[in-house]
Design a protein around this ligand. Structure first.
Ligand code: UT7
Length: 380
């Protein structure tokens, strides 16, 4: 890595991956006391994607990453640094980023994970920006990837209706052309640290029989508190990012927010007095995929023709911590470049070079639910 500062940092590649298994609200009605009507009206979610038996965070991240590299017109070895934002790494160690490096066949990059929960991709983008802007890296691969289904309590209707699995990625590259990243804002508010948390599995509460019996290996959430803080924080983070970029809300062509809940997104738009027509929403098809949510939405927005050269975008997220981050950028890539990524897949650990296959296959969540299991983690 060199260290010559550059003037511009551009998003040159993007890509995403979602598992083919789909968990619908009708499936959830069989598992917990809920209804499609309640879920749609309170969250806007109709279905979410669930990792299959041979899919992990690393395998999905690798496919999204390869798609982003191909879209950028690069080879895996052009990447100097790989960052994976995730709260569901394959293991506490090695990092998921190290497994992704092996899977994509990169021989040169430094690779590390980044723990900022649902803000993981946006915080990763900010970190990548700093590396590229300082001249320490020319091309950085930033990925947000999650397998939330493996730490979701499918007996808790307050959380299991929300979350899904998937991955999204971007390549940030040095360039002296105008445009690219314009303004970055990041915050962390620890007074909300336990609003969303996963109690067991860390140094404070190592996983054991007692923690498993207490269900502490599953995500816990104070939904209402999180909801209120999310709307407030998203608005202030977005506004500060725009101020740093030196532009106003009226200059934005598209906002791509973290897809947690349609009502949170609408609350954000209302608090900013910003039109929903300029806000990209795909929470209905994916649920909340945490760190994967913003880059998955970005890839879909580009594929849907919602982004063109010269557009000004705002990416804004919040998550456990409570973290929040926003990026204002001017899009300079050719949206049609995504076609270069056609045919890259599948996200199967058994085809990942060097990956140690799990001793027990992962629970085939969806098949078991449909076969009448009480939850995806119990056999029918
Ligand atoms: O990436 C960040 C992660 N987290 C979030 O973004 C979550 C933020 N929070 C939320 O999205 C919302 O708070 C939820 C969707 C989780 C809950 O919606 P809410 O409008 O805040 O509902 P609530 O928790 O206030 O519950 C209202 C009622 C309660 O019943 P009672 O006490 O009024 O009789 C709940 O027990 O709805 C009940 N309820 C449900 N009913 C049917 C809660 N979950 C469900 C459910 N189905 N799945």
């Amino acid at each position: 890595m060199t260290a010559r500062p550059v003037s511009g940092v551009h998003l040159t590649g993007w890509g995403a991956y979602a598992p083919s298994l789909v968990l619908t609200n009708a499936d959830l009605e069989k598992m917990v006391d809920t209804s499609d009507e309640w879920i749609v009206s309170r969250t806007g979610i109709r279905e979410r994607h669930i990792a299959g038996p041979n899919e992990t965070t690393a395998s999905m991240a690798a496919v999204a990453g390869l798609r982003a590299i191909a879209t950028a017109g690069l080879q895996p070895d052009d990447i100097d640094l790989i960052l994976v934002g995730t709260l569901t790494p394959d293991y506490p160690m090695p990092s998921t980023a190290a497994l992704v490096k092996g899977a994509i066949g990169n021989k040169r990059a430094a690779a590390m994970d980044l723990a900022a929960a649902c803000s993981g991709f946006v915080f990763g983008y900010a970190t990548a920006h700093a590396y590229v802007a300082s001249g320490m890296a020319k091309h950085v691969l930033v990925i947000g990837a999650e397998t939330l289904s493996r730490c979701t309590d499918f007996t808790d209707r307050g959380t299991c209706i929300l979350f899904g699995d998937g991955a999204g990625a971007a390549v940030l590259s040095a360039s002296d052309e105008p445009g690219g990243t314009l303004g970055i804002e990041m915050t962390t508010e620890p007074s909300g640290a336990y609003f969303i948390w996963l109690p067991a599995g860390g140094a404070s509460r190592p996983t054991g029989e007692a923690s498993i019996a207490a269900g502490e290996h599953y995500m816990k959430m104070k939904g209402t508190e999180t909801f209120k803080m999310a709307v407030r924080t998203l608005g202030s983070t977005a506004t500060k990012s725009l101020a740093k970029a030196g532009i106003g809300l009226a200059d934005l062509d598209l906002v791509i927010p973290h897809q947690a809940n349609l009502r949170i997104i609408e609350g954000l738009a209302k608090s900013l007095d910003f039109p929903m027509e300029k806000v990209f929403v795909n929470v209905g098809s994916y649920g909340n995929t945490s760190a994967a949510s913003v880059p998955l939405a970005l890839s879909e927005a580009v594929a849907a023709g919602r982004v063109k050269k010269g557009d000004r975008l705002l990416l804004v997220a919040f998550g456990a911590g409570l973290t929040s981050g926003a990026i204002t950028l001017e899009w300079t890539a050719d949206p049609a470049a995504a076609a270069r990524a056609a045919g890259i897949g599948p996200a199967d650990v058994s085809v990942m070079p060097g990956y140690l296959e799990p001793v027990n296959p992962f629970p085939p969540a969806l098949e078991w639910v449909r076969a009448g299991a009480a939850s995806p983690t119990t056999t029918p």
